[in-house]
Design a protein around this ligand. Structure first.
Ligand code: URA
Length: 291
């Protein structure tokens, strides 16, 4: 395995583990409080544990999906009944995403916190079945605090519309939440600091398909050094963490790359990728996009 690949893989696993450790800490502290309370007086222990689990999910973005937690949850993904067998997003997914966004906006974990104009957490539906994930905000995104609003974003909007979808129905985010100066490539320490935000967003939204836009997003999410040419065109599996089902991931060319290489061949390949995504989701492939 190339040196970079193993480092990226290790970095990815470490970031996931670090965030989960935080969750375990909250659970352990919930259990200790439950024990202390029981020793002093009779209390409704179920209620105490439930409250702690709900708080844990709210602050960290991780939701403990036990029988009790499910009991108090509202209906799962309305669009897909078969999801009832798979834990879906919690009833307060929108609040959890907003809490993550608020953390991003005040984040100073790496040097980009000092150079950005706005953090760009991501936007879209908390119930999105597709998440589009790019590399990092550019100048337009930094100015507005919203992902994919510049030229590349306009092309992404067209790709989404060609799929018969609306931008508000999907979720759009980036690996980095702040713009690297002069749009330079993200550095490994920046990815290390920032990736937990995206991992938590994925955990909350639980999309059925992730579309990784470009080599950087695809490699980071998959922990590989393979080229975009090797990765695109067939589904890969994104692993959200130990014990959780993988999520199908389609890598495709970044809209900025498509703009630089605006050939029928590039556009055909992207459309081939998106058609596979639509078929995977059981959505109709619009006529005008066929072929
Ligand atoms: N390119 C990206 O990767 N993300 C954006 O949000 C904009 C341009």
């Amino acid at each position: 395995m190339p040196k970079g690949a193993s480092f990226r893989g290790a970095l990815f696993s470490f970031a996931a583990a670090a965030t989960k450790t935080q969750s375990l800490f909250f659970v352990a502290s919930a259990m200790r409080r439950q024990y202390n309370a029981r020793m002093s007086k009779e209390v409704d222990t179920d209620k105490v544990v439930r409250q702690h689990l709900e708080m844990e999910g709210f602050f960290t973005g991780y939701v403990i999906r036990g029988a009790k937690a499910r009991e108090s949850a509202e209906p799962l993904h309305p669009e897909s009944q078969e999801k009832a067998s798979i834990p879906g997003p919690s009833s307060n997914a929108a609040e959890e995403l907003e809490a993550i966004a608020a953390e991003v906006r005040r984040c100073c974990k790496c040097g980009l916190g000092a150079t950005r104009t706005h953090g760009v957490p991501g936007e879209g539906s908390p119930n999105a079945r597709i998440m589009f994930i790019g590399e990092a905000p550019g100048a337009d995104e930094d100015a507005q605090g919203r992902p994919f609003v510049g030229r590349a974003g306009q092309l992404l909007d067209k790709i989404i519309a060609a799929c018969g979808l609306k931008r508000e129905e999907v979720y759009i985010a980036n690996i980095l939440k702040c713009r690297p100066p002069d749009n330079r490539d993200p550095r490994e320490d920046e990815v290390f600091s920032c990736l937990p935000y995206l991992q938590r967003q994925i955990e909350v939204i639980r999309p059925q398909v992730i579309v990784a836009l470009g080599a950087h997003a695809a490699r980071t999410l998959l922990g590989t050094e393979k080229s975009i040419g090797q990765l695109r065109g067939q589904f890969q599996e994104y692993s959200p963490g130990l014990g959780q089902p993988t999520i199908r991931l389609m890598a495709t060319y970044h809209p900025a790359y498509i703009l630089r290489n605006y050939t029928p061949d590039t556009r055909r390949r992207v459309w081939e990728d998106m058609k596979k995504v639509l078929v995977e989701l059981g959505l109709p492939v619009p006529d005008r996009g066929k072929g």
